[in-house]
Design a binder for this molecule. Sequence first.
Ligand code: SDX
Length: 431
Amino acid sequence: MNQQTVTITDNRTGKTMNCPIKTGTEGASVIDGQALYKELGLFTLDPAFLTTASCESKITFIDGEKGILLYRGYPIEQLAEHSSYPEVCYLLLYGELPTSDQMEDFKHTVCQHTLLHEGLVNFYKGFRHDAHPMAMLVGVVGALSGYYPDAMDISNPEHCNKSAIRLIAKMPTIAANIHKYLIGQAYVYPRNDISYVSNFMQMMFAVPSETYQFNEIANRALEVMLILHADHEQNASTSTVRLAGSSQAHPFSCVAGGIATLWGPAHGGANEAVIRLLQEIKTPKNIPEYIRRFKDKNDPMKLMGFGHRVYKNYDPRAKIIRKICHNLLQELGTQDQPLFEVALELEKIALSDDYFIERKLYPNVDFYSGLILKALGIPLNMFTVIFAVARSVGWIAQWMEMTEDANLKIGRPRQLYIGNKRRDYVPVAKR
Ligand code: SDX
């Protein structure tokens, strides 16, 4: 088959170039514009990467129009129903669902790395007791790269795999310690005899003076949340990790950059912002006034948890989370039912309003997730930390895929310069 191309002609010079079209296994094809500058002396301008594919990847596929999300080809709905977070970690890292032996071996390996260096635990003491947990997470994970000089060679697959295992293993311990530090309670050490999620929950909520009571309903709800948030193609925080990784920096410092990016309310910080919004709205009768504000161009307030750069249909993760939320609130009998009612009514009104319909704004992963985290007893300011714990496997899987690329080059975008032309220095006496 003759090569498919797009012909670009510069009508200032009449110069023409045939850019190859590359087609993947799913989704939009791409124009390979790598030779554009060499052939036509032109860059492409795409500041928010609305139409830019930054890499080739086999990990996650999203169809924004149809609301499809696949991890290594497996639908998110099936993984949420049948899988475990450690199994999804294995799948994202290595590309296939593990056999039972491979799963046991992986879980055992992860358990060998759940402890933190005691020196790193001292690092927490430098933070104020009212520090935002995401500020602490950025700092602690960044510092983690200082404790493992034995795995710095990103051209060594064993080093890369060891860093991936260490990150997945330590993130729950780091996150739980942040929570304990901020509430002034003793750290709870990880346990190797229980599941990944049970261990995370006991590190978060156990106290030395009592035997921790596990709640399987709560554990399963958190596990599904971790699965749903594990990876999401080339989102802002993953793109940060890839760009940092392209310079061959230590993976933990690359992930610290991803955590910093995730913190923003336009990205992972939205789950915390949604709850604050629902609490401010209080009751369904206040919704119309807020809908007016969301639509008002002069009002910066947005309907947090709605809209998505890729999904122009319902975020498949939001559908799953809404169902879990409904069941969990019933089963746990928490006092969060009124907030859930406001969320349901807000969604109903927004989805019937032309402003949201015309812009294809639907609930995204963050709209209902905060209600689940709140029902599990996780403090509001820790919500994005939980998102970061879940996404760590996605970040490190994408980083590993990038390091395996034999043609890995440092990411270095160009620009359209609109500043001053060359001009000579003017002595201060003459200005
Ligand atoms: C995540 O990329 C990922 O995959 C991210 C993520 C992942 O798993 O990694 O899915 C996780 O970050 C989910 C998104 C969480 N953020 C929020 O819920 C914050 C609220 N949403 C918006 O900030 C916004 O929708 C974004 C940031 C999510 C997407 O922004 P885009 O794609 O740049 O779209 P846009 O801002 O250009 O909006 C298009 C129009 C604009 O109106 P017009 O100028 O056309 O008149 O829609 C409006 C926007 O003002 N709009 C909203 C809105 N979102 C978009 N108006 C009111 N409320 C909103 N939430």
